[in-house]
Design a protein around this ligand. Structure first.
Ligand SMILES: Nc1ncnc2c1ncn2[C@@H]1O[C@H](COP(=O)(O)OP(=O)(O)OP(=O)(O)O)[C@@H](O)[C@H]1O
Ligand SMILES: [Mg+2]
Length: 226
């Protein structure tokens, strides 16, 4: 299994009595392409942060690619994420004063600890794949449009050819053209590199690309009460 959750509970420290996630059992097989949908505030981003080890569960088993995240500390989870998981954040999390190429290079360095090499060609190919004009490759990303930043965040998540790719509303800022292009490229890359893909969104228009569609309300018992 690429993802296996058992008896997982999560509450935010600010609201310890408000259970955001309560998941009995949920799993994703290696190579599966899963679309999870649910309303705003339902816990989609929280779930992805748990799966990628940004947040730690209060209790329960969180197994990712055969490793128990729940027995790692935050630092070990960070390393695991850098090495194995591509994450397209809802808020992108790009470094605003770095340009597109440096943002992507940084993600690569975190994973490999190698200095920059002939990698630039690969980065440029990715930026072209996601239709970032060459004139924008060396501007601080804060000077780019939100949709352009989203596409750079997507390219960054792909650079290490992760075994697991997690995407949080990755098309929310894209026009229809770029959205369709992104989804097509994503599916091609996922198949080519046998990437397990988990994408969350409230946009049901994206569901048609996926072999498996789960409602968060079916996964998360806590959500059923809201
Ligand atoms: N840092 C935080 N501290 C406390 N509560 C939080 C925090 N982040 C989210 N929450 C709460 O957890 C619940 C789930 O939030 P989450 O961001 O996971 O929802 P979501 O499904 O991703 O929503 P959206 O579709 O709007 O992105 C919400 O009730 C929210 O208020
Ligand atoms: Mg969210």
């Amino acid at each position: 299994m690429a993802i296996q959750l058992n008896n997982v509970h999560f509450t935010y420290p600010e609201a310890p009595n408000d259970c955001v996630l309560n998941i009995d059992s949920w799993s994703v097989a290696a190579g599966e392409h899963v679309f999870v949908h649910g309303p705003s505030g339902g816990g989609k981003s929280t779930l992805l942060n748990l799966l990628s080890g940004i947040l730690g569960a209060i209790s329960g088993e969180v197994s990712i690619l055969g490793e128990r995240l729940d027995s790692m500390n935050a630092r070990q989870r960070d390393r695991f994420r850098a090495n194995h998981i591509g994450y397209i954040f809802q808020q992108f999390n790009l470094v605003p004063y770095l340009d597109a190429i440096d943002n992507i290079q940084l993600a690569h360095q975190f994973a490999t600890k190698q200095p920059q090499s002939a990698l630039s060609d690969e980065i440029k190919a990715l930026l072209s794949t996601f239709h970032i004009p060459q004139a924008d490759w060396q501007k601080p990303v804060r000077q780019l449009s939100i949709g352009q930043q989203q596409r750079i965040a997507i390219a960054r998540a792909m650079i290490n050819k992760p075994q697991l790719l997690i995407a949080d509303e990755p098309t929310s800022s894209l026009d229809q053209n770029n959205r369709d292009n992104f989804m097509e490229q994503l599916m091609i890359m996922a198949s080519e590199h046998r990437i397990t893909l988990l994408l969350v969104s409230h946009d049901m228009a994206l569901a048609s690309y996926f072999g498996r569609i789960d409602a968060l309300s079916e996964i998360n018992v806590a959500g059923a009460h809201h």
